[in-house]
Ligand binder design. Structure first.
Ligand code: MLT
Ligand code: ZN
Length: 460
Protein backbone atom coordinates (compact mmCIF):
# COMPACT_ATOMS: atom_id res chain seq x y z
CA UNK A 1 0.00 0.00 0.00
CA UNK A 2 1.63 3.30 -1.08
CA UNK A 3 2.16 5.83 1.68
CA UNK A 4 1.10 9.49 1.71
CA UNK A 5 4.50 10.57 0.34
CA UNK A 6 3.88 8.77 -2.96
CA UNK A 7 0.39 10.21 -3.23
CA UNK A 8 1.80 13.71 -2.59
CA UNK A 9 4.38 13.19 -5.33
CA UNK A 10 1.76 11.93 -7.78
CA UNK A 11 -0.48 14.90 -6.92
CA UNK A 12 2.40 17.24 -7.62
CA UNK A 13 2.90 15.65 -11.05
CA UNK A 14 -0.70 15.64 -12.33
CA UNK A 15 -2.37 18.29 -10.18
CA UNK A 16 -4.85 17.64 -7.36
CA UNK A 17 -7.86 17.16 -9.61
CA UNK A 18 -6.23 14.28 -11.49
CA UNK A 19 -5.24 12.18 -8.52
CA UNK A 20 -8.41 10.38 -7.47
CA UNK A 21 -8.46 8.80 -4.02
CA UNK A 22 -12.12 8.95 -2.94
CA UNK A 23 -13.65 5.48 -2.81
CA UNK A 24 -16.60 6.57 -4.95
CA UNK A 25 -14.36 8.02 -7.64
CA UNK A 26 -11.94 5.11 -7.89
CA UNK A 27 -14.51 2.31 -7.69
CA UNK A 28 -15.25 2.20 -11.43
CA UNK A 29 -11.55 1.82 -12.23
CA UNK A 30 -11.18 -1.21 -9.94
CA UNK A 31 -13.65 -3.58 -11.56
CA UNK A 32 -13.64 -4.88 -15.11
CA UNK A 33 -16.56 -4.65 -17.53
CA UNK A 34 -17.70 -8.23 -16.91
CA UNK A 35 -17.68 -7.89 -13.13
CA UNK A 36 -15.57 -11.05 -12.87
CA UNK A 37 -12.40 -9.18 -11.86
CA UNK A 38 -12.90 -6.86 -8.93
CA UNK A 39 -9.99 -5.27 -7.07
CA UNK A 40 -9.17 -2.17 -5.06
CA UNK A 41 -6.82 0.74 -5.51
CA UNK A 42 -5.47 3.46 -3.24
CA UNK A 43 -5.43 5.95 -6.13
CA UNK A 44 -6.12 6.58 -9.79
CA UNK A 45 -3.60 8.90 -11.40
CA UNK A 46 -4.57 10.64 -14.63
CA UNK A 47 -1.57 12.18 -16.42
CA UNK A 48 -2.22 14.56 -19.30
CA UNK A 49 1.11 14.29 -21.15
CA UNK A 50 3.79 11.73 -21.88
CA UNK A 51 6.19 13.62 -19.59
CA UNK A 52 3.67 13.30 -16.77
CA UNK A 53 3.41 9.55 -17.45
CA UNK A 54 7.21 9.35 -17.15
CA UNK A 55 7.14 11.33 -13.87
CA UNK A 56 4.37 9.11 -12.46
CA UNK A 57 6.35 6.00 -13.34
CA UNK A 58 9.52 7.44 -11.82
CA UNK A 59 7.70 8.20 -8.56
CA UNK A 60 6.24 4.69 -8.41
CA UNK A 61 9.68 3.17 -9.03
CA UNK A 62 11.19 5.25 -6.23
CA UNK A 63 8.52 4.00 -3.86
CA UNK A 64 8.38 0.44 -5.20
CA UNK A 65 4.67 0.87 -5.96
CA UNK A 66 3.06 -1.24 -8.68
CA UNK A 67 1.03 0.39 -11.45
CA UNK A 68 -1.82 -0.96 -13.56
CA UNK A 69 -2.17 0.99 -16.82
CA UNK A 70 -5.78 1.36 -17.94
CA UNK A 71 -7.52 2.72 -21.05
CA UNK A 72 -11.26 2.34 -21.63
CA UNK A 73 -11.45 -0.60 -19.18
CA UNK A 74 -13.04 -2.83 -21.80
CA UNK A 75 -10.51 -5.68 -21.40
CA UNK A 76 -11.88 -9.16 -20.79
CA UNK A 77 -9.02 -10.96 -19.01
CA UNK A 78 -8.54 -8.82 -15.91
CA UNK A 79 -5.31 -7.23 -17.14
CA UNK A 80 -6.41 -3.62 -16.64
CA UNK A 81 -7.78 -3.63 -13.11
CA UNK A 82 -5.87 -3.39 -9.80
CA UNK A 83 -6.34 -6.83 -8.29
CA UNK A 84 -3.37 -6.49 -5.92
CA UNK A 85 -3.80 -2.93 -4.72
CA UNK A 86 -1.90 -1.36 -7.62
CA UNK A 87 -2.14 2.36 -8.39
CA UNK A 88 -4.25 2.74 -11.54
CA UNK A 89 -2.56 4.73 -14.29
CA UNK A 90 -5.45 5.98 -16.42
CA UNK A 91 -4.37 7.05 -19.90
CA UNK A 92 -7.71 8.48 -20.96
CA UNK A 93 -6.52 12.11 -20.84
CA UNK A 94 -3.96 11.41 -23.56
CA UNK A 95 -6.72 11.97 -26.09
CA UNK A 96 -5.02 14.05 -28.75
CA UNK A 97 -5.81 12.86 -32.26
CA UNK A 98 -3.49 14.26 -34.92
CA UNK A 99 -4.57 15.26 -38.40
CA UNK A 100 -4.91 12.39 -40.85
CA UNK A 101 -2.13 12.42 -43.42
CA UNK A 102 -4.33 12.10 -46.52
CA UNK A 103 -1.46 11.11 -48.78
CA UNK A 104 0.17 8.47 -46.62
CA UNK A 105 -3.11 7.31 -45.08
CA UNK A 106 -1.86 7.50 -41.51
CA UNK A 107 -2.74 9.15 -38.24
CA UNK A 108 -1.10 9.58 -34.84
CA UNK A 109 -3.44 8.97 -31.91
CA UNK A 110 -2.86 9.44 -28.21
CA UNK A 111 -3.38 6.39 -26.03
CA UNK A 112 -6.67 7.76 -24.69
CA UNK A 113 -8.32 8.35 -28.07
CA UNK A 114 -11.47 6.25 -28.44
CA UNK A 115 -11.43 3.72 -31.29
CA UNK A 116 -14.62 5.14 -32.86
CA UNK A 117 -12.95 8.57 -33.03
CA UNK A 118 -10.10 7.12 -35.08
CA UNK A 119 -12.67 5.50 -37.37
CA UNK A 120 -14.58 8.78 -37.76
CA UNK A 121 -11.45 10.85 -38.41
CA UNK A 122 -10.24 8.33 -40.97
CA UNK A 123 -13.61 8.36 -42.77
CA UNK A 124 -13.74 12.16 -42.81
CA UNK A 125 -10.36 12.17 -44.57
CA UNK A 126 -11.40 9.56 -47.15
CA UNK A 127 -9.76 6.59 -45.41
CA UNK A 128 -10.83 3.84 -43.01
CA UNK A 129 -9.30 2.20 -39.95
CA UNK A 130 -8.91 -1.58 -40.17
CA UNK A 131 -9.74 -2.34 -36.53
CA UNK A 132 -13.36 -2.57 -35.46
CA UNK A 133 -15.15 -4.25 -32.56
CA UNK A 134 -18.34 -3.97 -30.54
CA UNK A 135 -16.60 -1.92 -27.81
CA UNK A 136 -15.60 0.74 -30.36
CA UNK A 137 -17.24 3.55 -28.38
CA UNK A 138 -15.26 2.88 -25.20
CA UNK A 139 -12.06 1.03 -26.15
CA UNK A 140 -9.00 3.28 -26.41
CA UNK A 141 -6.09 3.21 -28.83
CA UNK A 142 -3.67 2.53 -25.97
CA UNK A 143 -5.72 -0.41 -24.77
CA UNK A 144 -6.06 -1.90 -28.23
CA UNK A 145 -2.29 -1.62 -28.69
CA UNK A 146 -1.49 -3.03 -25.24
CA UNK A 147 -3.70 -6.07 -25.89
CA UNK A 148 -3.10 -6.38 -29.64
CA UNK A 149 -6.87 -6.27 -30.07
CA UNK A 150 -8.39 -8.08 -33.05
CA UNK A 151 -12.10 -7.79 -33.66
CA UNK A 152 -14.28 -8.06 -36.73
CA UNK A 153 -11.96 -7.31 -39.68
CA UNK A 154 -8.82 -9.24 -38.83
CA UNK A 155 -9.29 -11.61 -41.74
CA UNK A 156 -8.88 -8.66 -44.09
CA UNK A 157 -6.64 -6.13 -42.36
CA UNK A 158 -4.87 -8.08 -39.61
CA UNK A 159 -4.78 -7.38 -35.88
CA UNK A 160 -3.74 -4.14 -34.16
CA UNK A 161 -0.07 -5.05 -34.50
CA UNK A 162 -0.53 -5.03 -38.26
CA UNK A 163 -1.78 -1.41 -38.14
CA UNK A 164 1.12 -0.11 -36.06
CA UNK A 165 3.74 1.97 -37.84
CA UNK A 166 5.22 3.35 -34.65
CA UNK A 167 4.65 3.98 -30.98
CA UNK A 168 5.59 6.40 -28.28
CA UNK A 169 5.95 4.75 -24.88
CA UNK A 170 7.44 5.15 -21.43
CA UNK A 171 9.32 1.97 -20.63
CA UNK A 172 9.63 0.52 -17.17
CA UNK A 173 13.26 1.72 -17.21
CA UNK A 174 11.97 5.29 -17.40
CA UNK A 175 13.14 5.71 -21.00
CA UNK A 176 10.74 7.54 -23.29
CA UNK A 177 10.87 5.97 -26.75
CA UNK A 178 9.18 7.72 -29.63
CA UNK A 179 9.24 6.59 -33.24
CA UNK A 180 6.19 8.05 -34.93
CA UNK A 181 7.54 9.00 -38.37
CA UNK A 182 5.34 6.45 -40.11
CA UNK A 183 7.85 5.26 -42.70
CA UNK A 184 6.46 2.19 -44.43
CA UNK A 185 9.93 0.74 -44.85
CA UNK A 186 12.15 1.29 -41.84
CA UNK A 187 14.57 -1.52 -41.28
CA UNK A 188 16.57 -0.02 -38.46
CA UNK A 189 16.77 -2.62 -35.76
CA UNK A 190 14.40 -4.07 -33.21
CA UNK A 191 10.73 -3.33 -33.87
CA UNK A 192 9.58 -1.95 -30.52
CA UNK A 193 5.95 -1.44 -31.65
CA UNK A 194 5.66 -5.19 -32.22
CA UNK A 195 7.15 -5.93 -28.81
CA UNK A 196 5.00 -3.47 -26.90
CA UNK A 197 1.85 -4.40 -28.80
CA UNK A 198 0.28 -7.25 -26.84
CA UNK A 199 2.62 -6.80 -23.85
CA UNK A 200 -0.39 -5.80 -21.71
CA UNK A 201 1.32 -2.94 -19.91
CA UNK A 202 4.05 -5.16 -18.50
CA UNK A 203 7.03 -3.63 -20.34
CA UNK A 204 6.05 -0.04 -20.98
CA UNK A 205 3.14 2.37 -21.09
CA UNK A 206 2.10 3.21 -24.64
CA UNK A 207 1.26 6.91 -24.83
CA UNK A 208 0.66 7.32 -28.59
CA UNK A 209 0.55 5.26 -31.76
CA UNK A 210 1.12 5.92 -35.44
CA UNK A 211 -1.61 3.96 -37.25
CA UNK A 212 -1.87 2.93 -40.84
CA UNK A 213 -5.26 3.50 -42.47
CA UNK A 214 -6.85 1.46 -45.24
CA UNK A 215 -8.80 2.45 -48.36
CA UNK A 216 -12.52 2.80 -47.67
CA UNK A 217 -15.00 0.55 -49.44
CA UNK A 218 -17.60 2.44 -51.45
CA UNK A 219 -20.06 -0.44 -51.41
CA UNK A 220 -20.79 -3.17 -48.90
CA UNK A 221 -23.30 -5.96 -48.50
CA UNK A 222 -24.23 -8.03 -45.46
CA UNK A 223 -25.86 -11.45 -45.45
CA UNK A 224 -26.92 -13.82 -42.71
CA UNK A 225 -26.52 -17.43 -43.82
CA UNK A 226 -28.32 -20.18 -41.87
CA UNK A 227 -27.17 -23.80 -41.57
CA UNK A 228 -28.88 -26.81 -39.98
CA UNK A 229 -25.55 -28.19 -38.80
CA UNK A 230 -22.65 -26.39 -37.14
CA UNK A 231 -19.70 -27.90 -39.02
CA UNK A 232 -20.73 -26.68 -42.51
CA UNK A 233 -21.18 -23.15 -41.15
CA UNK A 234 -17.62 -23.13 -39.87
CA UNK A 235 -16.22 -24.74 -43.00
CA UNK A 236 -18.08 -22.11 -45.06
CA UNK A 237 -16.06 -19.33 -43.46
CA UNK A 238 -12.85 -20.91 -44.73
CA UNK A 239 -14.31 -21.37 -48.21
CA UNK A 240 -15.44 -17.74 -48.39
CA UNK A 241 -11.93 -16.51 -47.64
CA UNK A 242 -10.83 -18.11 -50.87
CA UNK A 243 -13.94 -17.63 -53.04
CA UNK A 244 -15.00 -14.12 -52.03
CA UNK A 245 -12.00 -11.75 -52.28
CA UNK A 246 -13.97 -8.72 -50.95
CA UNK A 247 -14.81 -10.67 -47.77
CA UNK A 248 -14.61 -8.25 -44.83
CA UNK A 249 -16.07 -10.30 -41.98
CA UNK A 250 -17.32 -13.86 -41.38
CA UNK A 251 -18.80 -14.24 -37.91
CA UNK A 252 -20.59 -17.26 -36.51
CA UNK A 253 -23.09 -17.88 -33.74
CA UNK A 254 -25.40 -20.69 -32.75
CA UNK A 255 -29.12 -21.21 -32.17
CA UNK A 256 -29.03 -20.76 -28.39
CA UNK A 257 -26.98 -17.54 -28.67
CA UNK A 258 -29.46 -16.11 -31.16
CA UNK A 259 -32.38 -17.06 -28.90
CA UNK A 260 -30.73 -15.29 -25.94
CA UNK A 261 -29.96 -12.19 -28.01
CA UNK A 262 -33.58 -12.06 -29.18
CA UNK A 263 -34.86 -12.49 -25.64
CA UNK A 264 -32.67 -9.64 -24.36
CA UNK A 265 -32.98 -7.22 -27.27
CA UNK A 266 -36.49 -8.03 -28.45
CA UNK A 267 -35.23 -8.45 -32.01
CA UNK A 268 -37.43 -10.32 -34.49
CA UNK A 269 -36.38 -13.73 -35.80
CA UNK A 270 -34.18 -13.48 -38.91
CA UNK A 271 -35.85 -16.47 -40.57
CA UNK A 272 -39.21 -18.25 -40.35
CA UNK A 273 -37.57 -21.42 -39.05
CA UNK A 274 -34.87 -21.84 -36.41
CA UNK A 275 -31.48 -23.18 -37.51
CA UNK A 276 -28.48 -24.70 -35.75
CA UNK A 277 -25.83 -22.21 -36.82
CA UNK A 278 -25.48 -18.86 -38.52
CA UNK A 279 -22.70 -17.15 -40.44
CA UNK A 280 -22.81 -13.37 -40.75
CA UNK A 281 -20.94 -12.41 -43.89
CA UNK A 282 -19.94 -8.93 -45.00
CA UNK A 283 -18.26 -8.08 -48.29
CA UNK A 284 -16.93 -4.63 -49.12
CA UNK A 285 -15.40 -3.31 -52.34
CA UNK A 286 -15.17 -0.33 -54.66
CA UNK A 287 -18.07 -1.72 -56.76
CA UNK A 288 -21.20 -3.42 -55.40
CA UNK A 289 -20.13 -6.91 -54.19
CA UNK A 290 -23.71 -8.27 -53.91
CA UNK A 291 -23.47 -10.54 -56.94
CA UNK A 292 -20.07 -11.87 -55.89
CA UNK A 293 -21.41 -12.59 -52.41
CA UNK A 294 -24.52 -14.28 -53.82
CA UNK A 295 -22.45 -16.52 -56.08
CA UNK A 296 -20.03 -17.46 -53.30
CA UNK A 297 -22.85 -18.26 -50.85
CA UNK A 298 -24.68 -20.28 -53.51
CA UNK A 299 -21.63 -22.53 -53.86
CA UNK A 300 -21.50 -23.36 -50.12
CA UNK A 301 -22.58 -26.73 -48.76
CA UNK A 302 -25.35 -27.06 -46.21
CA UNK A 303 -27.00 -23.65 -46.55
CA UNK A 304 -30.58 -23.73 -45.22
CA UNK A 305 -31.55 -20.09 -45.73
CA UNK A 306 -30.05 -16.69 -46.55
CA UNK A 307 -31.08 -13.14 -45.65
CA UNK A 308 -29.36 -10.41 -47.64
CA UNK A 309 -29.55 -6.87 -46.29
CA UNK A 310 -30.83 -4.35 -48.77
CA UNK A 311 -29.78 -1.12 -47.11
CA UNK A 312 -27.81 -0.05 -44.09
CA UNK A 313 -30.69 -0.35 -41.61
CA UNK A 314 -31.23 -4.04 -42.36
CA UNK A 315 -27.46 -4.57 -42.37
CA UNK A 316 -27.28 -3.09 -38.85
CA UNK A 317 -30.12 -5.39 -37.74
CA UNK A 318 -28.26 -8.44 -39.03
CA UNK A 319 -25.04 -7.32 -37.35
CA UNK A 320 -26.90 -6.81 -34.08
CA UNK A 321 -27.66 -10.55 -33.85
CA UNK A 322 -23.91 -11.12 -33.64
CA UNK A 323 -22.71 -8.03 -31.80
CA UNK A 324 -25.34 -8.22 -29.05
CA UNK A 325 -24.01 -11.60 -27.87
CA UNK A 326 -21.64 -9.99 -25.35
CA UNK A 327 -24.27 -7.81 -23.68
CA UNK A 328 -26.92 -10.57 -23.80
CA UNK A 329 -24.63 -13.11 -22.10
CA UNK A 330 -23.69 -10.46 -19.53
CA UNK A 331 -27.32 -10.36 -18.32
CA UNK A 332 -26.82 -13.90 -16.96
CA UNK A 333 -24.05 -12.82 -14.57
CA UNK A 334 -20.27 -12.49 -14.93
CA UNK A 335 -19.19 -14.92 -17.65
CA UNK A 336 -15.91 -16.79 -17.93
CA UNK A 337 -14.61 -15.50 -21.26
CA UNK A 338 -12.38 -18.02 -22.95
CA UNK A 339 -11.19 -16.64 -26.25
CA UNK A 340 -9.25 -19.25 -28.20
CA UNK A 341 -8.03 -19.89 -31.74
CA UNK A 342 -7.88 -23.29 -33.36
CA UNK A 343 -6.22 -24.39 -36.56
CA UNK A 344 -8.95 -23.86 -39.18
CA UNK A 345 -9.45 -27.58 -39.78
CA UNK A 346 -9.87 -28.24 -36.04
CA UNK A 347 -12.40 -25.52 -35.30
CA UNK A 348 -15.60 -27.47 -36.07
CA UNK A 349 -14.52 -30.47 -33.94
CA UNK A 350 -13.56 -28.15 -31.09
CA UNK A 351 -16.92 -26.36 -31.20
CA UNK A 352 -18.65 -29.77 -31.09
CA UNK A 353 -16.55 -30.99 -28.15
CA UNK A 354 -16.45 -27.91 -25.91
CA UNK A 355 -19.96 -28.18 -24.38
CA UNK A 356 -19.17 -31.75 -23.21
CA UNK A 357 -15.81 -30.69 -21.78
CA UNK A 358 -17.49 -27.84 -19.87
CA UNK A 359 -20.37 -30.03 -18.66
CA UNK A 360 -17.90 -32.58 -17.29
CA UNK A 361 -16.45 -29.92 -14.96
CA UNK A 362 -19.58 -27.83 -14.32
CA UNK A 363 -22.82 -29.70 -15.05
CA UNK A 364 -25.01 -26.64 -14.40
CA UNK A 365 -22.99 -24.23 -16.49
CA UNK A 366 -24.22 -22.82 -19.79
CA UNK A 367 -21.83 -22.58 -22.67
CA UNK A 368 -22.12 -19.93 -25.41
CA UNK A 369 -20.07 -20.22 -28.58
CA UNK A 370 -19.63 -17.49 -31.17
CA UNK A 371 -16.85 -15.61 -32.86
CA UNK A 372 -14.64 -14.87 -35.79
CA UNK A 373 -14.97 -18.09 -37.76
CA UNK A 374 -12.65 -17.12 -40.59
CA UNK A 375 -9.83 -16.49 -38.10
CA UNK A 376 -10.32 -19.86 -36.39
CA UNK A 377 -11.30 -17.79 -33.34
CA UNK A 378 -14.15 -18.92 -31.11
CA UNK A 379 -15.31 -17.10 -28.00
CA UNK A 380 -16.27 -19.70 -25.44
CA UNK A 381 -18.36 -17.86 -22.85
CA UNK A 382 -19.45 -19.87 -19.82
CA UNK A 383 -22.12 -18.67 -17.40
CA UNK A 384 -23.44 -20.16 -14.18
CA UNK A 385 -19.99 -20.75 -12.69
CA UNK A 386 -18.58 -18.83 -9.68
CA UNK A 387 -16.13 -16.15 -10.79
CA UNK A 388 -13.16 -17.74 -9.01
CA UNK A 389 -13.84 -21.35 -10.00
CA UNK A 390 -11.50 -21.90 -12.92
CA UNK A 391 -12.22 -25.58 -13.60
CA UNK A 392 -14.06 -24.75 -16.82
CA UNK A 393 -11.24 -22.42 -17.84
CA UNK A 394 -8.88 -25.34 -17.41
CA UNK A 395 -11.09 -27.69 -19.45
CA UNK A 396 -11.48 -25.30 -22.38
CA UNK A 397 -7.95 -23.90 -22.51
CA UNK A 398 -6.22 -27.26 -22.21
CA UNK A 399 -8.51 -28.69 -24.90
CA UNK A 400 -7.66 -25.79 -27.23
CA UNK A 401 -3.92 -26.19 -26.63
CA UNK A 402 -4.10 -29.97 -27.06
CA UNK A 403 -5.67 -29.44 -30.48
CA UNK A 404 -2.87 -27.12 -31.61
CA UNK A 405 -4.71 -23.92 -30.73
CA UNK A 406 -3.92 -20.78 -28.76
CA UNK A 407 -5.37 -20.05 -25.31
CA UNK A 408 -5.72 -16.40 -26.33
CA UNK A 409 -6.75 -15.32 -29.80
CA UNK A 410 -7.33 -11.63 -29.25
CA UNK A 411 -8.12 -10.79 -25.61
CA UNK A 412 -4.65 -11.34 -24.16
CA UNK A 413 -3.53 -13.31 -21.12
CA UNK A 414 -4.21 -10.81 -18.32
CA UNK A 415 -4.64 -12.52 -14.98
CA UNK A 416 -7.28 -14.90 -16.28
CA UNK A 417 -5.00 -17.11 -18.33
CA UNK A 418 -1.47 -16.72 -16.99
CA UNK A 419 -1.72 -20.10 -15.27
CA UNK A 420 -2.06 -21.76 -18.68
CA UNK A 421 0.55 -19.78 -20.63
CA UNK A 422 2.92 -22.74 -20.47
CA UNK A 423 0.39 -24.75 -22.48
CA UNK A 424 1.34 -22.60 -25.48
CA UNK A 425 4.85 -21.38 -24.65
CA UNK A 426 7.99 -23.43 -24.07
CA UNK A 427 10.30 -22.96 -21.05
CA UNK A 428 12.79 -21.24 -23.37
CA UNK A 429 10.13 -18.80 -24.56
CA UNK A 430 8.94 -18.09 -21.02
CA UNK A 431 12.52 -17.47 -19.86
CA UNK A 432 12.96 -15.07 -22.79
CA UNK A 433 9.75 -13.28 -21.77
CA UNK A 434 11.08 -13.02 -18.19
CA UNK A 435 14.38 -11.65 -19.49
CA UNK A 436 12.55 -8.96 -21.49
CA UNK A 437 10.54 -8.09 -18.40
CA UNK A 438 13.71 -7.76 -16.30
CA UNK A 439 15.35 -5.60 -18.97
CA UNK A 440 12.49 -3.22 -19.65
CA UNK A 441 10.86 -3.13 -16.22
CA UNK A 442 13.78 -3.73 -13.84
CA UNK A 443 11.83 -2.75 -10.73
CA UNK A 444 8.84 -4.91 -11.64
CA UNK A 445 6.33 -2.08 -11.18
CA UNK A 446 4.39 -2.40 -14.44
CA UNK A 447 1.38 -4.70 -14.16
CA UNK A 448 3.45 -7.25 -12.19
CA UNK A 449 0.63 -9.78 -11.80
CA UNK A 450 -0.34 -9.88 -15.46
CA UNK A 451 0.68 -12.11 -18.39
CA UNK A 452 3.84 -13.76 -17.07
CA UNK A 453 3.18 -16.83 -14.97
CA UNK A 454 4.94 -17.51 -11.69
CA UNK A 455 6.69 -15.19 -9.29
CA UNK A 456 7.75 -11.68 -10.16
CA UNK A 457 11.06 -11.43 -12.00
CA UNK A 458 13.86 -10.89 -9.50
CA UNK A 459 15.37 -7.44 -9.25
CA UNK A 460 18.90 -7.48 -10.69
C1 MLT B 1 -16.51 -10.26 -29.41
O1 MLT B 1 -15.94 -10.55 -30.48
O2 MLT B 1 -17.72 -10.00 -29.38
C2 MLT B 1 -15.73 -10.22 -28.14
O3 MLT B 1 -14.36 -10.22 -28.45
C3 MLT B 1 -16.01 -11.48 -27.38
C4 MLT B 1 -16.64 -11.55 -26.08
O4 MLT B 1 -17.36 -10.64 -25.62
O5 MLT B 1 -16.45 -12.63 -25.43
ZN1 ZN C 1 -13.96 -11.07 -30.54
Amino acid sequence: MPGPELLDELRAVVGPSHLLVDADLVAGYAVDWTGRFCGATPAVVRPGTTDEVADVLAACRRHGAALTPQGGNTGLVGGGVPLHGEVVLSLRRLDELGAVDPVAGQVTAGAGVILAEVQRAAAAAGWAYGIDMASRDSATVGGTVATNAGGLRVLRYGDTRAQLLGVEAVLGTGAVVSHLGGLLKDNTGYHLPSLLCGSEGTLGVVTAARLRLVPPAAARVVALVAFDEVAPAIRAAGRLRRDLPPLDAAEFFLADGLALVREVTGAAAPFEADHAAYLLVEAAAAADPTDALGAAVASLDGVADVAVAAGTRRAAELWRYREAHTEAIHTLGPPHKLDVTLPQDELARFVADVPGAVAARAPNARCWLFGHAADGNVHVNVTGVPVDDDAVDDAVLTLAAARGGSISAEHGIGVAKRRWLAANRSPAELETFAGLKRALDPDGVLNPHVLLPGPLPARP
